[in-house]
Design a protein around this ligand. Structure first.
Ligand SMILES: [Zn+2]
Ligand SMILES: [Zn+2]
Ligand SMILES: [Zn+2]
Length: 146
């Protein structure tokens, strides 16, 4: 799966006329081997652990490129922070996001997915993609008094 995603990105980069760079390859490797929803800062720290020469601005620009390539999905947290996760065509999930601690739970529910299709149809839409982020308080935070 990681190899497929790398191939897809390399095709995108070639079409854009972007030469491959060792730094971008490293960022891609680190990004794809993580299964978290990462902020630019978090990815930067992981990348820096392998190659201290990579700057945070490079990590940011490269992530934007991954989003354009359809390899990464950008999500905005309730505190305005942006997190990134990798997704390839056909993979899909929605999120429950804790507004207190930032915990993210992924889920996929066949009924919700089907309902969205029906609603779109009713309005004459064909859905090409969607995102569903539900914000609230996670069980751990509920158990802890503020
Ligand atoms: Zn969904
Ligand atoms: Zn929480
Ligand atoms: Zn996710």
């Amino acid at each position: 799966m990681i190899l497929q995603k790398k191939d897809a990105f390399n095709r995108f980069a070639a079409k854009r006329g972007l030469r491959s760079t060792r730094q971008r390859d490293l960022i891609l490797d680190v990004f794809l081997s993580s299964h978290d929803h990462l902020s630019v800062e978090e990815l930067y720290l992981k990348v820096k652990a392998t190659n201290p020469g990579v700057g945070q601005a490079t990590v940011y620009r490269t992530l934007k490129l991954f989003v354009e390539a359809g390899l990464a999905r950008e999500m905005t947290m309730s505190d305005g922070q942006t997190r990134y996760e990798h997704l390839s065509a056909g993979e899909h999930h929605d999120h429950l996001i804790c507004t207190r601690c930032g915990a993210i739970v992924e889920f996929e529910d066949a009924t919700i997915e089907r309902l969205q299709g029906e609603i779109a149809l009713r309005h004459g839409f064909s859905i090409t993609s969607h995102r569903l982020d539900l914000y609230g308080i996670c069980p751990a935070c509920k158990a802890t008094p503020v």
